[in-house]
Design a protein around this ligand. Structure first.
Ligand code: NIG
Ligand code: FE
Length: 391
């Protein structure tokens, strides 16, 4: 028997291609569509009536098909959980990053297999909800060995690994921020860079635990010199220098963007830096949501991601983040779907994912619904799954 190389997916009630030249509107929607997958790649897209023959046929019976979600911001390598901190927050205790230390303790104490099992379980949750690409950060080890270990484990699952040794200053360096930054930019970076594509820093001068503008600049510059590409946690808890630093250094993404002044927005417009919004964080910390409309209306490229982590947002669900983006940040359903797919792909500087043009990776999500609109229209309902195409 000859191996199956091509599959035609038929019965697609609504296909989101993110290719405006292939269909209607910014999502490039094709109704009554078909799509041919050849060797893991999109080989043809168009109306079902014109579909070419293929070795195999998968009929999705009128459902909507989308590019798989791209979750461009997650912290999956950790042990333990912080539901008590969440409960305290819901009673009014504000988030300041201090709880990260307890996850650092639990993570250092865990063996490799415990961490690996956790990553695997969270990725399975993500996949079950339509996510096909995940970025994973370190940041709960904060020693040379524990950070390198986190990145080695993350690399078993994704190429999109991010060194976040500059997550917080660990307790043993309390009051010695400069020495910790020397460790991060020296031996830790050296041990971690072989396992990472990206470097990130929690730039939040108002937090007693995170890093100010000068420290963040030192981390980004050292990472860049070591050949890593840049991402920044910026402007999450207060106004600050994160966005401007990210733009100035050509970072691919600045994430959170909850507190922005006019200068921040102006700097993002026309820059190569994507603003990644993480509405699950505001949901789980009871902070105000970022002003997505202001960014989009100014022309900034916006992405959505979960930020899945045990502190500020323990959801693995891109569908719930798109629903929050629509309901709470006034993004249109079209904008939210684009931001969770192509926008997030841009934040990872990836051209092969986030859309379904010919040549893209055949990463497909299918909805138990006729339209992408149901993602926000039916929040919390498990409508989305990945569509596995045998190769
Ligand atoms: O993206 N802000 C910094 N880091 C994470 C939270 C990590 C934690 O609280 O464990 C975030 O929100
Ligand atoms: Fe984060």
């Amino acid at each position: 028997m000859s191996p199956i190389t091509s599959t035609v997916v038929t019965g697609i009630g609504e296909l989101v291609t993110n290719d405006p030249s292939a269909g209607e509107g910014p999502l490039g929607i094709v109704n009554d569509a078909a799509l041919v997958v050849d060797d893991g790649t999109v080989a043809w897209v168009g109306p079902a009536t014109d579909a070419p023959a293929a070795d195999r046929r998968v009929d999705v019976e009128g459902r909507a098909v989308l590019p798989g979600f791209v979750d461009s911001h997650s912290h999956l390598v950790f042990a333990g959980e912080r539901s008590a901190e969440f409960e305290a927050r819901m009673s009014g205790v504000p988030y300041d990053g201090g709880g990260i230390a307890s996850t650092v303790r639990a993570t250092r104490d865990a063996d490799d297999d415990t961490l690996r099992r956790r990553v695997k379980a969270l990725l399975a949750e993500m996949r079950a909800q339509g996510t096909t690409t995940v970025e994973i950060k370190s940041g709960y080890g904060l020693t040379v060995d524990d950070e390198a270990r986190a990145l080695r484990i993350a690399r078993e699952f994704t190429q999109e690994t991010t060194f976040l040794g500059a997550h917080v200053v660990p307790p043993e360096y309390s009051g010695r921020v400069d020495e910790y930054v020397e460790l991060v930019t020296g031996p830790m970076l050296q041990a971690c860079s072989p396992h990472a594509r990206w470097i990130d820093v929690f730039c939040e001068p108002g937090s007693p635990h995170a890093f100010d503008g000068d420290a963040s600049r030192a981390v980004l510059q050292a990472g860049q010199e070591a050949g890593l590409e840049l991402r920044v946690h910026g402007n999450q808890l207060s106004y600050g220098p994160g966005v401007l630093l990210a733009v100035e250094h050509g970072a691919a993404s600045v994430d959170h963007c909850t507190f922005l002044d006019d200068e921040d927005v102006a700097a993002l417009v026309g820059s190569s830096t994507v603003a990644t919004l993480l509405p699950g964080v505001e949901f789980s910390t009871r902070q105000p949501y970022p002003d997505a409309r202001r960014l989009i209306d100014a022309g900034v490229t916006v992405a959505l991601a979960t930020d899945c982590n045990p502190g500020t947002c323990f959801t693995s669900s891109m569908p719930i983040c798109t629903a929050l983006a629509v309901r709470e940040m006034r993004m249109t359903p079209v904008e939210a779907v684009w931001a969770a797919t192509e926008g997030a792909a841009k934040s990872l500087r990836r051209k092969d994912i986030g859309h379904l043009r010919v040549g893209a990776r055949a990463d497909l999500a299918v909805l138990e619904a006729p339209s992408y609109r149901h993602l926000a229209y039916r929040p919390g309902v498990p409508l989305t799954r990945t569509l596995e195409i045998p190769s």
